[in-house]
Design a protein around this ligand. Structure first.
Ligand code: C2E
Ligand code: MG
Ligand code: MG
Length: 450
């Protein structure tokens, strides 16, 4: 049974860790306060705490489903509202006891900042800002309001010590977690550069086949032959490389390796027709000298550009669509072909992409899976494929794992196919054997694949 890779993006793992840390410490603190309020028979406070728990629940559920960043944001909003209302209504400073609940606001801001580092959303920035503004506000104001209902002195004496201790501990834990993540990133970035200079990266090729199952080309997919951890998939190091700004360097290596292999394929009649698809990231494409370097390589080595597909994802078009379009046109004029990878996972519609020199769309694997599982899924996949072909685009179905998926996507009008049904990503020698029609031997090139 085919399986997908299990090593997760380290940034996602860090977020998951953050979620669990925040959830468990939050739970312990809430339960502690709940027991204390119950012992004091402060039922209004008990109810307000139960409300907080209820408000955090949707965030927790989101995190369980893997939406860690959104889950953390919802939990922060719930905590922020709770602290603000609690300070406003109950935690009113007196002559002998200070207000202390607002000390949790910098903790919310810190958790928000850690989340923001992984996922730069505007909502997250606003939550951070509001937490800090609320903190400053409650630091500088005393008892100003008429609807306040100060909590009893017995409780305040305890909380005036406990809240600062807990808030300080949380802040400290947050700083340690941030530092750990930062040093992991720095080490990873050094290790990736070291790997580039020491040729620890390898390119595997996953065949792309036509409707009759003949190999027409391959997608180049990077792997890191790590001296200690073994063969690592892209998800284990590309997110860190991206964060460290190393993708242009890695991308240049991938292009040069893929061009070398393409030139080799050109030498034999049986492999001369093969094309190569190369994944290009936004920051690589946006390098000022990207086009110049690529064209120089092509002219120096006589590369058949028409057999090179540059795969872009929709995220490339987000920041500066005009520049991207200009670069694509320049490269398309030189003969390169453009492919839109993971189509359907972003927000762009085919019509907004119509003005671009695209030749191919690759329907994301998730659509193929849902197409084979539900009626709705198959309608979506069918429509994507139909729209693509009506716009004269070549439609590739990615992640084909079963005969049933293959014949279904053929029926829907896809003309090229890629997936474990045909072959996992394999080393260049094995790919050439496959392309020449030899029986695929069970490959050990990519032990991460089934
Ligand atoms: P992608 O460009 O969409 O590549 C397709 C991914 O789907 C590959 O994962 C491939 O092994 C996997 N795949 C193909 N068919 C099947 C299938 O039938 N079942 C399953 N479960 N998986 C299938 P891989 O190699 O781990 O690459 C993941 C992503 O990493 C790529 O997605 C691409 O975005 C990125 N990537 C890989 N190599 C490079 C590279 O050289 N440069 C850049 N910039 N990104 C790369
Ligand atoms: Mg791709
Ligand atoms: Mg893809």
């Amino acid at each position: 049974m085919p399986r997908s890779y299990t090593i997760r993006d380290p940034a996602v793992e860090h977020l998951a860790y953050l979620c669990h840390l925040a959830a468990y410490t939050g739970l312990v603190v809430c339960l502690g306060w709940l027991a204390f309020f119950i012992s004091l028979k402060e039922w209004e406070l008990v109810i307000s705490l139960l409300f907080l728990a209820l408000a955090i629940l949707p965030g927790w559920l989101l995190a369980i489903k893997g939406h860690f960043s959104a889950g953390l944001m919802l939990a922060q909003i719930a905590c922020l509202l709770f602290v603000v209302i609690f300070c406003y209504r109950y935690d009113v400073p007196g002559n002998s006891v200070p207000r202390t609940t607002h000390l949790y606001l910098p903790v919310i801001a810190l958790v928000g900042y850690m989340n923001y580092q992984q996922n730069r959303s505007r909502l997250q920035a606003i939550i951070i800002l509001l937490s800090l503004i609320a903190f400053i506000f409650y630091c500088s104001t005393g008892s100003l309001f008429s609807i306040e209902n100060p909590i009893p002195r017995s409780f305040r004496v305890v909380s005036s010590w406990l809240n600062p201790i807990l808030a300080t501990l949380f802040l400290f834990a947050g700083i340690v977690a941030m530092h750990t993540n930062f040093s992991r990133r720095t080490q990873m970035s050094k290790a990736i550069q070291h790997a580039l200079y020491n040729e620890q990266f390898i390119l595997l090729y996953q065949p792309m086949v036509n409707a009759s199952g003949q190999v027409t080309g391959a997608e180049a997919l990077i792997r890191w032959q790590h001296p200690v951890s073994g063969l690592l998939p892209p998800s284990a190091f590309l997110p860190d490389a991206q964060e460290a700004g190393l993708m242009p360097m890695i991308g240049e290596w991938v292009i040069s390796r893929a061009f070398k292999d393409l030139l080799q394929w050109q030498k034999a009649a049986a492999t001369r027709h093969l094309s190569v698809s190369i994944n290009i990231t936004a920051d690589h494409l946006m390098q000022p000298d990207f086009v110049r370097k690529l064209l120089r390589r092509v002219h120096a080595n006589n590369i058949p550009c028409a057999q090179v597909h540059l795969e872009l994802t929709e995220s490339v078009f987000v920041t500066d669509p005009q520049t991207v379009a200009a670069r694509m046109s320049e490269l398309a004029a030189a003969g390169f072909r453009f492919s839109l990878d993971d189509f359907g996972t972003g927000f762009s519609s085919l019509s907004t992409l119509r003005g671009l020199p695209l030749e191919q769309i690759k329907i994301d694997r998730s659509f193929i899976i849902s197409a084979s599982e539900s009626e709705k899924g198959s309608v979506i996949a069918k429509n994507i494929a139909r729209m693509g072909s009506e716009l004269d685009l070549e439609v590739v179905a990615e992640g084909i794992e079963t005969q049933q998926q293959w014949s279904m996507m053929k029926d829907y009008g896809c003309t090229l196919f890629q997936g474990f049904l045909f072959s996992p990503p394999v080393g260049v020698a094995e790919f050439v054997r496959l392309a020449q029609g030899e029986n695929p031997k069970k490959s050990t090139d990519d032990p991460l694949a089934p």
